[in-house]
Design a protein around this ligand. Structure first.
Ligand code: HPA
Length: 234
């Protein structure tokens, strides 16, 4: 019996968009889906199912960080049979050529989280996106002229790190951006043999400490959702 998503079997589509912020789930449902019905409100972690271009799609808030997305992804995959999950979120750039508002498609997710360390008993698992989804998202964004970056990212457990230069090590090893959820989503998708992808917009820069304005975030967010919805039904 799922405890964090209280819905009936069949209430959730087999394709789900996953924003961290539940109010973004509400925004997507109300503005980009038709006939949206809310199926979850437990802990205000809102979830909706509606129609996008004739396809049934759900959108579920996950909260921030690996432990939170772990709960929702586990229930979606294991209890509700979700087949395809696409995270839509924000990330901080750690490469000078990637600027705020840019789009990053997360090919692989390294992490400083303890979760996979515990899960794999100290062995080093490599959480990876589903190739076909990555390819679709890249092609859809490119066709719209939005020049996405596709590459490895970092899923960190801490937004406020003790060492302010910690990101530099990840940058040196080719990671493009830092967020907090993809590694756990990718690992769970692999465990349950499902599809997963993270599509991210850059909201801030760890290099020069700049950040997007609310208006810029809104525009970049809408663009990312458009790509995610098209990828979801591809
Ligand atoms: N760090 C971690 N997660 C994030 C960041 C960041 O700088 N920006 C957006 N999500």
């Amino acid at each position: 019996m799922p405890t964090h998503i209280v819905a009936k079997m069949g209430d959730i589509a087999d394709v789900v968009l996953l924003p961290g912020d539940p109010l973004r789930a509400k925004f997507i449902a109300e503005n980009l889906l038709t006939d949206a019905v809310q199926y979850n409100s437990v802990r205000n972690m809102l979830g909706y199912t509606g129609i996008y271009r004739g396809n049934r799609i759900s959108v579920q808030g996950t909260g921030m960080g690996a432990p939170s997305i772990s709960i929702y992804a586990n229930e979606l995959f294991n209890e509700f049979g979700v087949r395809r999950a696409i995270r839509v979120g924000t990330a901080g750039t750690i490469q000078p050529y990637i600027k705020i508002r840019d789009l990053v498609i997360a090919m692989a997710a390294s992490t400083d989280s303890g979760i996979n360390n515990i899960r794999f008993g100290g062995r080093d698992y490599a959480p990876t996106a589903t190739f076909t989804l990555l390819k679709s998202a890249y092609e859809i964004a490119s066709a719209k002229g939005w020049k996405p970056f596709a590459g490895p990212i970092v899923s960190s457990d801490m937004f406020y790190t003790e060492n302010p230069d910690e990101w530099k090590l990840w940058a040196k090893f080719g990671c493009l951006a830092i967020e907090m959820e993809c590694a756990e989503l990718y690992t769970l998708a692999a465990k349950y043999n499902r599809e997963a992808l993270g599509i991210l917009t850059i909201s801030d820069s760890l290099i020069d400490k700049t950040a997007t304005t609310p208006e810029e975030r809104e525009t970049a967010f809408t663009r990312m959702i458009e790509i995610a919805l098209e990828t979801a039904i591809s």
